[in-house]
Design a protein around this ligand. Structure first.
Ligand SMILES: [Zn+2]
Ligand SMILES: [Zn+2]
Length: 242
């Protein structure tokens, strides 16, 4: 245990070594009710981070208003190889945009409003995102939680942090890697620039089969009364989904 904490302190946060305790066997991710599931063929995370951005927060609070999973004040997210297979409940999955022209696409399983894969053009079709607390992602071993085996390499978009979200936990990594936005030199460093021997499909290929909706909410709008969230409106898939 003390060895491991030492390792995390001495290993470069830009290095894939940070995730040496992450089990690379395929992981079966499930929504919180268990009806919807998919496999990530490479169980070793590409990178993990904490994101305080208002868009992530707005999305998860909206999903929570639909009785989706409860989320902590700051979200932990991982980037995984874009090589997946839906195992069950594909008919539940919807692509949700906060606004029609939004670049981030977050999928939600309507059985329980768990948030599943997240795509963004910046991910370059190599990776997709998953929040640790909005679905069930297997641990890497029996005894250590994901915060140990896939620790956040940085904490971003603190300019959007607001104390109304709750108590901000202390950042477990290098304090120099707490960023107001996402502009520090390291942020583009991602592990692995290709996916060798893909076994499933990409999230772009999956998203082409799914219904798309926009919430059409103003940036940052978090209603006090959860009944004031707008209804989802169907939208055409973005061309860039290809
Ligand atoms: Zn579900
Ligand atoms: Zn975010």
């Amino acid at each position: 245990m003390s060895n491991r904490s030492k390792i995390n302190k001495t290993k470069s946060f830009d290095s894939d070594e940070l995730y040496n305790n992450c089990n690379s066997d395929p992981k079966l991710v499930t929504c919180s009710c268990g009806k919807t599931s998919f496999t990530i063929f490479n169980g070793r995370v590409r990178k993990a981070r904490e994101c305080a951005c208002i868009d992530c927060y707005q999305h998860v609070i909206w999903a929570q208003s639909k009785d989706g999973p409860q989320v902590p004040p700051i979200l932990s997210a991982g980037y995984w190889d874009n090589d997946i297979r839906v195992e069950s409940g594909e008919e539940n999955i919807m692509v949700i945009l906060l606004r029609k022209d939004a670049r981030a696409k977050r999928t939600v399983a309507k059985c329980c409003y768990s948030t599943l894969m997240i795509d963004h053009p910046g991910y370059k079709q190599l990776r997709f995102g998953l929040y640790e607390n909005t679905c069930s992602i297997p641990w890497d071993n029996d005894s250590e939680p994901p915060s140990i085996t896939r620790p956040p390499s940085d904490r971003i978009f603190m300019k959007d942090w607001n104390a109304s979200r709750g108590k901000l936990p202390e950042f477990s990594g290098d304090p120099l890697r707490i960023d107001q936005r996402v502009g520090l030199p390291f942020h583009e460093n991602v592990n692995r620039q290709s996916i060798d021997n893909p076994m499933g499909e990409t999230c772009q290929s999956l998203f082409r089969r799914l219904p798309w909706f926009s919430l059409d909410v103003k940036e940052g709008f978090i209603p006090k009364d959860k009944n004031l969230w707008p209804n989802l409106k169907p939208v055409e898939p973005h061309a860039e989904a290809g």
